[in-house]
Design a protein around this ligand. Structure first.
Ligand code: GLU
Length: 388
């Protein structure tokens, strides 16, 4: 790694405010443990507490429910049928969250359990609901402890492994850093246990075929993911414009070392444009379900002042849509200039047309969000002069 690349890497890591910390079963169970080690959870919780104290918002993606559950049920951990794995997860998840709660609790922190399936995040409404929940947890200084909802996740709706889940969560919480705590030092040129000449790769500019091939050659010991799912997670995070660092989770203080920008593990640089993947998805993949026509003041606020769309600027609503669906936005003359994901159902919007955000709860009896459409969920069409 050249000096410049190292400085660049530090510049990306230092300011990171929202951090996803993925902790795999291999790290949590340690070398000698068949179940999750209390000492390991304590050690990682201690580092997370220091980060939170520095003002970072940390979401932990933690494996371990199947490891704990299978030990409690006295069944072999690997080779279990899906229902038995699910039963083990049901048994183990309670203990897993209790361990995190105890160790983060001893540092004055509260945890919130978030269990997700792939279906939850593929569905934009549920994706947004989960995002709102996690944002609220962050607002209250709570540390979300996220895992796959293994008890309901059968093959079709599974992430499959928590590396993939951590990449999706990176997008979900709009994290500016993904850290994967692994039972290996990072990505090697070959499997270091089989090949003595294998070297640690300190930095990856772009996850291309050669990197994927190396990941296929080197693996982590336990857990479902192995090295290729970690590299794929890094590739996915990079598309959201987020860097990833794979570090040895069992090494004491490794998370803080990585966050201090020191040399450790393998660092993956992000792609240039953080929002491009989402905006592309909104613009090209989603079909608009309706149109919101807004007044001139709201159009100016959105296009020129970088604001989100509020109910107060809405003049009319056309179409039947659910919250989380894509809707076009038109100015007073009816010409469409933007498209985005709406936070309210059309029947709700019809009731809050022109209302001040502080009155939404009075009118509907609840409020999801001040913004009817957050500008991060909007794309602007050519000529719209919007600031993306
Ligand atoms: N969700 C699984 C668990 O909690 C772990 C999946 C993985 O190891 O990637 O045991």
């Amino acid at each position: 790694m050249t000096k410049n690349q190292f400085a660049l890497r530090r510049n990306l890591i230092h300011p990171a405010k929202r951090i996803v910390v993925k902790v795999g079963s291999g790290v949590l169970t340690g070398e000698r443990y068949s179940s999750v080690s209390d000492d390991v959870v304590e050690e990682i919780a201690g580092q997370v507490a220091i980060l939170v104290d520095k003002g970072k918002k940390v979401a932990i993606v933690s494996s371990g429910s199947v490891a704990i559950g299978s030990k409690t049920m006295d069944v072999a951990r690997h080779g279990l049928s899906i229902p038995v794995q699910q039963a083990a997860a049901a048994v183990g998840q309670g203990s897993l969250i209790t361990m995190w709660a105890r160790h983060l609790g001893s540092k004055g922190l509260t945890v919130g359990q978030v269990l997700l399936t792939h279906d939850d995040l593929a569905n934009r409404r549920r994706f947004l609901n989960a995002r709102n929940t996690i944002n609220s947890l962050f607002d209250f200084g709570v540390v979300p402890i996220i895992n796959e909802n293994d008890t309901v996740a059968v093959h079709e709706i599974k992430f499959g492994d928590n590396d993939t889940l951590s990449a999706r969560v990176t997008n979900l919480v709009e994290a500016d850093l993904l850290t994967i705590l692994s039972d290996v030092e990072g990505l090697f040129t070959a499997d270091p246990r089989l090949n003595k000449t294998a070297e640690l790769i300190e930095m990856v500019e772009d996850v291309d075929d050669s990197i994927c091939a190396m990941a296929g050659d080197s693996s982590s010991r336990t857990g479902l993911g192995g090295m290729s799912s970690k590299v794929n997670a890094a590739k996915e995070a990079a598309r959201f414009g987020t860097p990833t660092i794979i570090i040895p989770g069992a090494t004491k203080g490794s998370l803080l070392t990585a966050l201090a920008g020191e040399k450790i593990g393998t660092f993956f640089f992000p792609n240039e444009d953080r929002m491009s993947s989402k905006k592309h998805w909104i613009e090209f993949t989603l079909t608009s379900q309706g149109t919101i026509r807004i007044d001139d003041g709201a159009k100016k606020a959105v296009l020129q002042n970088g604001k989100s769309l509020l109910a107060s600027g809405i003049k009319s609503v056309k179409g039947n849509f659910e919250s989380g669906e894509a809707v076009e936005v038109a100015g007073p003359d009816g010409s469409v200039f933007a498209k985005g994901l709406v936070n309210y159902h059309s029947f709700e919007l019809n009731r809050i047309i022109g209302a001040h955000s502080s009155d939404i709860e009075k009118i509907l009896g609840y409020k999801f969000y001040d913004e009817v459409m957050h500008r991060d969920d909007m794309v602007f069409f050519t000529g719209g002069q919007g600031r993306n």
